[in-house]
Design a protein around this ligand. Structure first.
Ligand code: NAD
Length: 251
């Protein structure tokens, strides 16, 4: 239980990868603050399971982020994970979707980080982990906002890593390939439309086509890497972008 006494805020942790990260950090003793949307009853169950608090802050709204950070109190481990996707050709890409994806997948992390760092500096320890994506390193068509935001978070990760390098705070990104979560499930219909494919073709020819292992990444794989990044042995892992993509970005 090497994280006993540490408080972890995991954004977008009512589902998918964020929930797996929250569970993995809890298993090592961290106090968890959940964030994200969902059914009230489901969220209450998660809070009970993880003995956690929950913030329903909409992270596309900087004021709501300020409120969440103030309510959370000092955060020792910050995981910026909330994210969304939209699949569309550039000339039809809805402008409000672009703005929302940039706000959630990129700007939200800027706000949480700027608000979390003062406590981490004071405490003399901190871990910032950003769930980026294989799309922080490479592009796919029809995902302009997502790819732009994820490349942005890779740059933000490196920049802040340099700024806090002597404060015993590390800042790293984890970049999964395709993980079977609602985010992936929900993009199948639009991808079918954009590419004129059926569901099985999207899974085989678009999603798993990217991953040389032909396997979806498991949310728990990402949780385990987040735990490693919190260990003392990872104190010199800083500004890195860790791929868990079955070899996708090695090609
Ligand atoms: P998911 O849809 O299962 O979970 C998204 C989480 O974000 C949920 O908890 C949701 O409630 C929350 N959320 C959505 N909009 C929000 C908002 N405005 N404010 C606050 N919370 C909000 O998705 P996931 O697949 O677990 O994705 C998590 C992260 O992992 C995202 O950043 C995503 O880009 C990244 N990622 C996912 C995959 C994948 O294949 N699933 C691959 C690479 C990276």
């Amino acid at each position: 239980m090497f994280l006993s006494g540490k408080r972890a805020l995991v954004t977008g942790s009512t589902s998918g990868i964020g929930l797996a990260i929250a569970r993995a950090l809890k298993a090592e003793g961290a106090e968890i603050v959940l964030n994200g949307f969902g059914e009230e009853e489901e969220i209450a169950k998660l809070c009970e399971e993880l003995d956690a608090r929950h913030s329903g802050a909409d992270l596309t709204d900087p004021d709501a982020i300020e409120g969440m950070m103030a309510d959370a109190g000092g955060v020792d481990i910050l995981v910026n994970n909330a994210g969304m996707q939209h699949v569309s050709a550039i000339e039809e890409f809805p402008v409000p979707k672009w703005d929302k994806i940039i706000a959630l997948n990129l700007s939200a992390a800027f706000h949480t980080i700027r608000l979390a760092v003062p406590h981490m500096k004071e405490a003399g320890w901190g871990r910032i982990i950003n769930t980026a994506s294989a799309h922080s390193l490479t592009a796919s068509p029809y995902k302009s906002a997502y790819v732009a935001a994820k490349h942005g978070i890779a740059g933000l990760t490196k920049t802040v890593a340099l700024e806090v390098a002597q404060d015993n705070i590390t800042v790293n990104a984890i970049s999964p390939g395709y993980v079977w979560t609602p985010l992936v499930e929900n993009q199948i219909p639009d991808t079918m439309k954009a590419r004129g494919m059926d569901r099985d073709e999207v899974i085989d020819q678009v999603l798993l086509a990217k991953q040389p292992t032909k396997k979806f990444v498991q949310p728990e794989d990402v949780g385990a890497m987040a735990v490693f990044l919190c260990r003392d042995e990872a104190q010199n892992v800083n500004g890195a972008n860790w791929s868990i993509d079955g070899g996708w970005t090695a090609e």
